[in-house]
Structures are given as C-alpha cells and as structure tokens.
Design a protein around this ligand. Sequence first.
Ligand code: NAD
Ligand code: ZN
Length: 361
Amino acid sequence: MRELTVDLGERSYPIYIGEGLLSEADTYFSKHGISKKSPLLIITDTNIAPLHLALLEEKLQAGGFNASSAVVPAGEGSKSLAMLEDLIAKALDAGLDRKSTIVALGGGVVGDLAGYVAASFMRGVKFVQIPTTILAHDSSVGGKVAVNHPKAKNIIGAFHQPEFVLYDLLLLQTLPAREVRSGLSEVVKHGLIWDASFVQWCEENAGKLLALDADSLGYALHNGCSVKASVVSQDEKENGLRAILNLGHTIGHAIEAVGGYNGLQHGEAIAIGMVGSAKLGVRYGAPEEVYHTTKRVLAKCELPIALPQHFDVDAIMEAMMHDKKFSEGTMVFIVPTAIGEVEIKSDVPVAWVREIVEELK
Ligand code: NAD
Ligand code: ZN
C-alpha cells in the first residue's frame, strides 16, 4: 500500500493507493472518524454499480455504517443541476444530516458530481473519494467539484476537499481499454510538467501500465497524484501556478469540442494538444528532444499524437477562441521549456497556434 498526503496548509488529507483496499473500506472509514450514527450516501454510476457497489455496501454495513446508495446514469450528462437536485432529494429521503458523509465511487464524473452534492448539502458535509478510473487520480486531488451548465462545463462548482481518498487498484481491472489509455494521458502530463525522470519511467513501463500491472499502476498513480498535490498545495485556489496543469488542454479542449460525440476522448485530445504544446515550446527555444520525447512517451501509451485528417483546422481555431484561456487579444499557453519543465506564456501569436494545429495533421 502506498500513501501520500495532500497538504493544503490548514487542511491535509491522505490518498491510499493499493490492491484490495475496498475490502477494508470499513477500517478506513472508522480510522477517519466517519459517523456510524448519521447515514452516509454512496453515489456511483450505472456502469460501476453492478461491478463494485455491492462490495462497498457490504463492507460498510458490516462495519456498522448506515450506508445507502444512489446510482446515476454513466456519462458527463449526469453532471447537471437536475441531477444535483435529484441527489439532494435522495440524501433527504435517506435521512442524511450535518454529520453525514457523501461517498463518490466512480470516475471524474461521479467524483465531481458527488463532491458538489457534498459541498452544497446543508452547506457542506464530509466527502470521501473512491476513484475507479485512472483519470480520477487527477480529479481526486485539488478539491475542485462541479456540475455543468448547458452553456459551459464545470461552471457551477466549489472547492471541497475529501476526508481521504481510497484508490483500490483492483477496481481499475474492469476499465475499458480506451479509458485506461485516456487516463494515462493525464499521468504522462503530470510528468511532462514536473518530473523528467517520471516521464522516462512512463516510457519504459507503458506496456505494464496498459496491461494494468498493479505495481506499475500504483507507482504511476502515486507519482501523478504527488505532482498534482505539489502544484495545488502551492496554489489551492488557482491564482497562478495551477495553470500549468492545463498543459495540452487549450488545443485539447478545442479538439474535443469539434469532435462531438464520435470524436476523441479527453485524454486522447490532450495527448494531441501536448504534442502541439511541445512544438510551440521548440519554437520558443526548447530543445527538439522535448518534442520527440513527448511524442514517444504518448505513442508508447497508445495515445494519438496527430490530428485525424477529418478534423477541420478552422473549426478547431474557432473553438479555441471560445475557450476561457483566450483573453484580451492574446492566447495563453502552457509551453514546455524542457522535459519536466513548463512556463506560462500569455502572449502567444494566434498565427503560430494555427500553424501548429495545421502541422498536427
Ligand atoms: P467517467 O467518470 O465518465 O468514467 C469514464 C467511463 O468509465 C464511464 O462510462 C464510467 O461509467 C466508466 N467506469 C468508471 N470506472 C469504471 C470501472 N472501474 N470499470 C468499468 N467502467 C468504469 O470519466 P473520467 O474520465 O473518470 O472523468 C472525466 C470527468 O472528470 C470529467 O467530467 C472532467 O470534467 C472531470 N475532471 C475533474 C477534475 C477535477 O479536478 N475535479 C480533473 C480532471 C477531470
Ligand atoms: Zn484533463
């Protein structure tokens, strides 16, 4: 079992990473003082519930916790105000009170949604995260919780930190292969912004990660979480440094938006975005090696490193202009200066970005 602490000054919380942790859920809940008197509500989705919910409910009930559950449809559509209202009704029906705890059993969607329920119910109750995707290593650190508005993603939200995060590697065994690759993209991103040796390790161990080898996954998630924890602990409320976590996301979000339903997954789109950012870095004077290494490590993780031909450059540029990172006539980009190092450029010429997007094809 690996353990790390997310240290946020006055508050800190642990992330436990290991195989079979769900089977000891009651021990962790007791250790962290989760109330046995007040009911707790587990929130999960329709894909995860048949696979992993019974074990969690059984362990918590056996441990004397008053646990019930709510299952939301899988997918981003559940991060909505309507679903929030629905879940608040379920929490009331289950008799939750101020001392209750909301438990997220799921990926980033369930984590963001359940976290926002926890942040709003009775002005905030305790929250526990049990991530079930690789991508959720990202969403379980930093305390950002949110639902979407039809006009904008993640626009209704809060900062609400969990009591602890229980990352059971066994739960990842049921993840579809595409979700595995997509999650690895964010793992690699954490290396690219912060830790060159971890990038090298990812390149050498990509095969094991794709095969869901528990030891390698544990190491990768521990490192990914550590990088994110280091960044957010220095900038909890997103005043500056935290922006580096957006490496690859300006181009990536635009690719995602243009792709629509049959397009690319988030991790796939940001992989291409990170290749674009590396190209931009080289334009600003970073060694060519930054570009080649970025491509190599992502390709080893079986992620796309070029824009599929049918994507329209104009549409991508337009989508980027709508992105919140475009302000006052300049484009903000996170640009690598070396492997494991990035800087924030706030005056990137749009013409350069266009050329880079064209070259990504
Ligand atoms: P997700 O939660 O939708 O999970 C992906 C898919 O895998 C879903 O269909 C889900 O049902 C299924 N699934 C999850 N775990 C499974 C398992 N163990 N076995 C089988 N199937 C499983 O998506 P995600 O990629 O985990 O997260 C994406 C969300 O995370 C987005 O909404 C994004 O905005 C959010 N996010 C938040 C933060 C943050 O800081 N709060 C950071 C990054 C991303
Ligand atoms: Zn991302």
